[in-house]
Design a binder for this molecule. Structure first.
Ligand SMILES: NC(=O)C[C@H]([NH3+])C(=O)NS(=O)(=O)OC[C@H]1O[C@@H](n2cnc3c(N)ncnc32)[C@H](O)[C@@H]1O
Ligand SMILES: [Mg+2]
Length: 432
């Protein structure tokens, strides 16, 4: 049997032809001597009509009680039918139940927590098929952008011995007779590899023991991080906007049908195709927020609420740069013209989504980096290897991290980042 993806046969080219499909029971009803079984596969849903006058009463009777998500195979003639989903249906000449399904535990109307507890079954729904296809295209477009522009994919460690983004969000793990930490970011190791390959990137899971439960934080997320020798902050911001524009262009090109599943206004997404993106400094951001009555002062860190207000000022992604030195990591280079701020940037997505990229230029001077490590309370002995990079042929260099789930959340217009992860991990959830 030559089984075809369901979506591929639901068109006039196949009307009158005999085809075979296979998948899982999505809906079913029996009227008179006919069973109407809607079969789902990863490409779509098709109604199969099983007529007792053709395939016998016994089969139709058995289909009266067939369980949702039973696996089936069917062959038959494709016919146009306006009342069927997608306008086409299959009139079966053959129908077989492969795997039974009794009492599938999702019947509709269940609450979020229940559905998260049966996520291993809930993510079969067509909505997640659409979402994970979009995520696939985002990841592939990211890799494509870098590969086509002379960047090398590398494989940094996930088991690490020191923090990159602060000790408060580290996950310790038993590492033989020592304690290691799950990687918060590949950055520090990418900064080693630029002396080997100049332009490197990695796509790795990053881990953050986030104590607060928010709509945009996960404990485990996928992190696309480039790092390049000789690049200053402006060079790297150009890479960031080209990358995001390319990712959005590929999703608009290849996943238009899936975007419709989320009712996404593509006109708004198309604004991300227009680069260069606007750039504002932290100082300007504070002014904008204060003018809008937000209770914030220079030196405060900007969280999701403040970012949400700022994003309403722009229709496209925009950069926020030159943050106060005390709210940014030790590795960020101080602005030579104003050492109170760093050469750091965030890229914020519009429509309230906020930060999808964090990055900047790295401190390449040994002494200044040592001072920053001590200033922020780190033990320089833990970073001896990282400091060594500033001893032997140090170069100006920059990089950033794009949160894959953050950009998917914005592109699809989702309310909660956990939707973008097949098995979301956050403080209250490790199951399934
Ligand atoms: N190579 C680099 O320069 C990356 C740098 N060391 C870094 O980790 N920056 S970041 O902490 O802002 O995180 C980068 C991005 O990673 C995403 N991110 C950061 N934290 C999270 C959590 N908790 N959940 C989901 N996504 C997260 C978000 O999009 C951030 O902009
Ligand atoms: Mg950040």
């Amino acid at each position: 049997m030559d089984f075809k993806p369901i979506a591929s046969v639901m068109n006039r080219e196949y009307v009158g032809r005999e085809v075979c499909i296979r998948g899982w029971v999505y809906r079913r009803s029996v009227v008179g001597g006919k069973a109407f079984v809607r079969v789902r596969d990863s490409s779509g849903v098709m109604q199969v009509v099983v007529d007792s006058s053709r395939l016998g009463d016994e089969l139709v009777d058995s289909l009266k009680n067939i369980g949702l998500e039973a696996s089936v195979m069917a062959c038959g003639e494709v016919r146009e039918e306006s009342k069927a989903p997608g306008g086409f249906e299959l009139h079966a000449s053959f129908f077989k139940i492969i795997g039974d399904s009794r009492d599938f535990p999702i019947k509709g109307g269940e609450g979020d927590e229940y559905l998260l507890n049966v996520r291993h079954l809930w993510i079969r729904s067509p909505r997640y098929a659409a979402l994970f296809k979009i995520k696939h295209t985002v990841i592939n477009a990211g890799r494509e952008y870098f590969s086509r522009n002379g960047w090398w994919e590398v494989t940094p460690p996930i088991l690490t011995a020191s923090a990159c983004e602060g000790g408060a969000t580290l996950f310790p793990v038993q590492y033989f007779d020592q304690t290691a930490f799950l990687s918060q970011s590949a950055q520090l190791y990418l900064e080693v590899l630029i002396y080997t390959l100049e332009k490197v990137y990695s796509l790795t899971p990053s881990f953050r023991a986030e104590k607060s439960r928010t709509r945009r934080h996960l404990a485990e997320y996928w992190h696309l991080e480039p790092e390049a020798a000789w690049y200053d902050m402006n060079d790297m911001m150009k890479v960031a906007e080209e990358l995001v524009a390319y990712i959005v262009s590929k999703v608009l090109e290849d996943r238009r049908r899936e975007l419709e599943e989320f009712g996404r206004d593509v006109k708004k997404l198309k604004k991300a195709l227009e680069t260069p993106y606007p750039r504002i400094r932290y100082d300007e951001a504070i002014e904008i927020l204060q003018k809008k009555g937000v209770n914030v002062k220079w030196g405060d860190d900007l969280g999701a609420d403040e970012e949400r207000v700022l994003t309403m000022e722009f229709e496209s992604p925009f950069f926020l740069t030159h943050f106060p030195r005390h709210i940014k990591s030790f590795y960020m280079k101080l602005d030579p013209s104003n050492p109170e701020v760093v050469l750091g940037f965030d890229l914020l997505a519009p429509e309230g989504y906020g930060e999808i990229i964090g990055g900047g230029q790295r401190e390449d001077d040994y002494k200044l980096l040592l001072e920053r490590l001590i200033e922020q309370g780190y033990n320089p002995d833990d970073y001896k290897w990282y400091l060594d990079l500033r001893k032997y042929g140090s170069v100006p260099h920059s990089g950033f991290g794009l949160g894959i789930e953050r950009i998917v959340m914005w592109i699809t217009g989702l309310e909660h980042i956990r939707e973008t992860m097949p098995f979301p991990r956050y403080r209250e959830r490790i199951y399934p």
